[in-house]
Design a protein around this ligand. Structure first.
Ligand code: SF4
Length: 419
């Protein structure tokens, strides 16, 4: 059952936390300044976003067809493909694929957070290591991500120094250069020890079965190239009809994520690495992993795409630009919502995987100001989706006692404020 009281207590605590406020403000200024600068240089990104939105809409009507094509071509390309209906099934498949291997390295991925993969693997005796600087911090500090891509933007550098010092076994100063350099050496060592890599995917194309992984830190190259086995876990919303659409996505996404016009690394994987250098014979594997496994996750996505009221949420890129403009997120960051997908858009994204009760507190935290809708590159009407969720909550009697009291007052006494 939704616990409104404890949730709102947490929000009040966050709203009064000066460290959280300072960290979020700094991140916001940096993001907006960078975005404005790049938009002056590369002016057509909003136009490209409109085109991407159109294609995401069209692709929704062809989901099963594109999925089938993508699976077939990925298999032809030598990858093993699995389909998971929910989080439990996806975790189980991943564990079976990992087998006896103990150390696993990982590229930050919202989908793996959605299914609780790290916790599941740890419960089964595995040692799993995140490799993005912010994700390593969250892992060792047991903290929740503050943003889909800038996961640690609400954490001050002194906290990074405290936790990374513990990991290093020596005192590290709160100097970002020193801290990033420490993580660089640390994850390189872990990548050498690990025989299994796990990542998500930003896009999977139905025409060539190409898997796109987009990062800035370059850790995906290390993580997904060195180990013997690479397991990719991606939601079925990541299936795109063709490379043209995936390339369009790569042109649009970075601006709305980090404020940059492009990203540092775009990795495209089309199958097991191969060499044709000896008499033009194709020999596999070459330098990369000898096995690539792809787990395609539903976890409520099919239900969402079939729901006329909520299907527009399927277009979501998980860029998080709506959060930067959200007044609630600006106050409480990671605590706007109790699950992985925070903020307004987190409501429909979580609704279809965890159910109405799980999103009740989050849906009622929204102010309905409408800023998220104005800035969303996919033009998703999040306030409308939240209103729809709230009316479902009313029907199902999932509301805090204060709201129930007001409703009773209206019915019985003609005013919400009569006591
Ligand atoms: S709702 Fe829009 S702005 Fe928010 S994460 Fe999704 S695509 Fe980005």
């Amino acid at each position: 059952m939704a616990n409104f009281e404890s949730y709102y207590q947490k929000l009040i605590q966050d709203a009064n936390d000066p460290f959280l406020r300072t960290a979020v403000e700094k991140a916001l200024v940096n993001y907006k300044t960078r975005k404005e600068t790049w938009l002056k240089r590369i002016t057509n990104i909003p136009e490209l976003a409109k085109e991407l939105k159109k294609r995401r809409d069209e692709a929704m009507g062809h989901l099963e067809e594109n999925l089938k094509k993508a699976i077939q071509i990925m298999q032809e390309n030598g990858m093993k493909v699995y389909q998971a209906k929910d989080a439990q099934e996806a975790c189980k498949i991943a564990l079976d694929l990992i087998g006896k291997e103990k150390v696993i390295t990982k590229v930050k991925s919202l989908t793996t957070e959605e299914i609780g993969l790290n916790e599941y693997l740890e419960e089964h005796g595995k040692e799993i290591w995140e490799t993005d600087v912010g994700a390593v911090l969250l892992q060792v500090a047991h903290r929740k991500a503050a943003h889909p891509t800038g996961v640690s933007i609400s954490v001050p550098k002194e906290v990074f120094a405290e936790y990374f010092s513990k990991l290093a076994g020596k005192q590290l100063p709160p100097d970002p250069n020193v801290l990033v350099s420490f993580v660089r050496d640390f994850i390189r060592q872990k990548c050498l020890e690990s025989k299994v890599a796990v990542s998500g995917a930003n896009a999977i194309t139905a025409d060539t079965g190409s898997i796109y992984i987009v990062t800035n830190e370059g850790n995906d190259r290390l993580v997904t190239s060195l180990p013997q086995k690479h397991i990719i876990i991606a939601g079925i919303d990541k299936i795109m009809p063709d490379r043209d659409t995936a390339n369009l996505y790569c042109q649009v996404m970075p601006l709305y994520t980090t404020g940059h016009a492009t990203t540092q690394y775009i990795t495209q994987i089309m199958g097991i690495s191969s060499s044709s250098d000896i008499e033009r014979l194709s020999v596999k594997p070459a330098a990369g992993p000898s096995e690539i496994d792809v787990i395609l996750l539903d976890n409520g996505r099919r239900k969402m795409v079939q729901d006329p009221d909520f299907k527009e949420a399927f277009r979501c890129l998980r860029c998080g630009t709506c959060l930067y403009d959200c007044p609630v997120w600006n106050l409480v960051a990671h605590d706007f919502g109790e699950h992985v997908y925070m903020g307004g858009l987190g409501v429909p994204l979580t609704l279809f995987s965890l159910g109405l009760d799980a999103v009740a507190t989050q849906a009622l935290s929204c102010t309905q100001c409408g800023r998220c809708k104005e800035v969303c590159p996919m033009e998703i009407d999040t306030p409308k989706l939240i209103r729809k969720t709230r009316s479902m909550m009313l029907k199902n009697k999932i509301t805090p006692k204060q709201i129930n009291a007001m409703l009773n007052n209206v019915v019985e006494k003609g005013s919400p404020y009569v006591r």
